[in-house]
Design a binder for this molecule. Structure first.
Ligand code: DP6
Length: 354
């Protein structure tokens, strides 16, 4: 689709900061065009963010190739530029103007590179929010900006669909959640007790090594996993149970479900064909210590994991100083180079210029 000729030569710049998120009910397994096999729910984080700036200029006509440069943390990065060009071509049905724009994109993360922290959710959501803003400048207003941004983010990386809302986000069709959809995530912060909006997430970095099996490969292995169907069913059941206990601020049940979800995710990896293990001995040591500390102190802290060995320690804000002491005395020695990223439930993306 050619853009209105009066726009030719116009240019602008948009910057979005968008956070990472941590799933409580995990998305693991997908089909078709980035559709999830089960519903998922996540906390939006506050500190682990990508900051992405897109400079754009409207060209005279559609180009054969995507016109794009990409600068990551101060350096031209051709490998990322190629990935993004491919992504842009794959969403031409959504943004038919995308080959008539020249993009200079730069991006950085607030969390250090190579800490094993996946940046696809923050990076893809920040980029998609920029694209939706450019769409409104050149092609007209979107009916629901954040829903559209969530849908575009999903196409870049499934979990990114959940990063565009404050506090909590839910993604994937679920019989008990009206408005839920496989196409985009929906905001979910208002559906749970206030206590969860203050939750902390301290990310204990067990290993900074690149994962032996990427998430993309891990999702694909679910297609031949003999336990896949029962996993998808139990994830959806856990979603119902988790929502109920989060409404009631029933932390005991919350802890039970969140930890079981994390371990079930890793159990799927262990029974994939071929099988693989992403947890490390130090991951298990920390899990045992967290459970022991919880039994002894009755402090409602729990762990979750993403597709890697790092521990996400989740707990209500009021226990922060006690848990700092617990980390220093009992957990820090099991991290690589004393690496911790201290994060908490956050307010969602922010546009920092127009
Ligand atoms: C274990 O969203 O990274 O973190 O859609 O292939 O980009 P792609 O995968 P991705 O998978 C995330 C998996 C997870 C669980 C979750 O975030 O729900």
């Amino acid at each position: 689709m050619a853009l209105n000729s009066s726009l030719v030569g116009t240019s602008g710049k948009v910057t979005f900061e968008s956070p990472s998120n941590i799933a409580l009910v995990k998305y693991w397994g997908k089909y078709g065009r980035q559709m999830p096999q089960n519903a998922s729910l996540s906390f939006t984080l506050q500190n682990a963010k990508s900051i992405t700036t897109c400079e754009y200029e409207v060209l005279e006509e559609q180009q054969e190739k995507i016109q794009l440069t990409f600068n990551f943390e101060g350096k031209e990065n051709d490998a990322f530029a190629n990935k993004i060009s491919k992504f842009f071509l794959s969403i031409e049905d959504i943004f038919p103007w995308i080959r008539q724009i020249k993009f200079n994109i730069s991006s950085e993360n607030t969390f250090p590179h190579s800490t094993g922290i996946a940046s696809s959710a923050s990076a893809m959501s920040a980029l998609s929010l920029c694209l939706c803003t450019i769409h409104e400048k050149v092609a007209g207003k979107l009916d629901d900006f954040f829903q559209h941004a969530s849908m575009v983010s999903r196409l870049g990386s499934g979990s990114a669909s959940r990063s565009v809302y404050p506090h909590l986000a839910q993604w994937g069709k679920h019989p008990n959640i009206s408005n839920s959809s496989n196409e985009f995530a929906i905001p979910f912060g208002d559906e749970v007790d206030e206590i969860f909006k203050g939750f902390h997430d301290d990310i204990l970095i067990v290993s900074k090594k690149e994962k032996s099996v990427s998430s993309t490969a891990g999702h694909a292995l679910m297609d031949s996993n003999p336990y896949a169907e029962s996993r998808y069913k139990s994830a959806n059941e856990n979603m119902s149970l988790l929502i109920k206990c989060m409404k009631e601020a029933d932390l005991e049940t919350f802890i039970e479900i969140v930890e079981r979800e994390a371990l079930t995710l890793h159990a799927q990896m262990m029974c994939s064909k071929p099988s693989y293990i992403l947890m490390e001995p130090n991951t298990l040591e920390m899990i045992n210590r967290i459970r022991k500390y919880r039994n002894e102190t009755k402090i409602p802290l729990c762990f979750t994991l993403d597709a890697g060995p790092n521990i996400h320690l989740l707990y209500p804000a009021k226990y922060a100083s006690k848990i700092d002491g617990f980390i220093d005395n009992q957990l820090i020695e099991f991290t690589q180079d004393d690496s911790i990223i201290r994060d908490r439930v956050g307010f969602g993306p922010q546009k920092t210029n127009s």
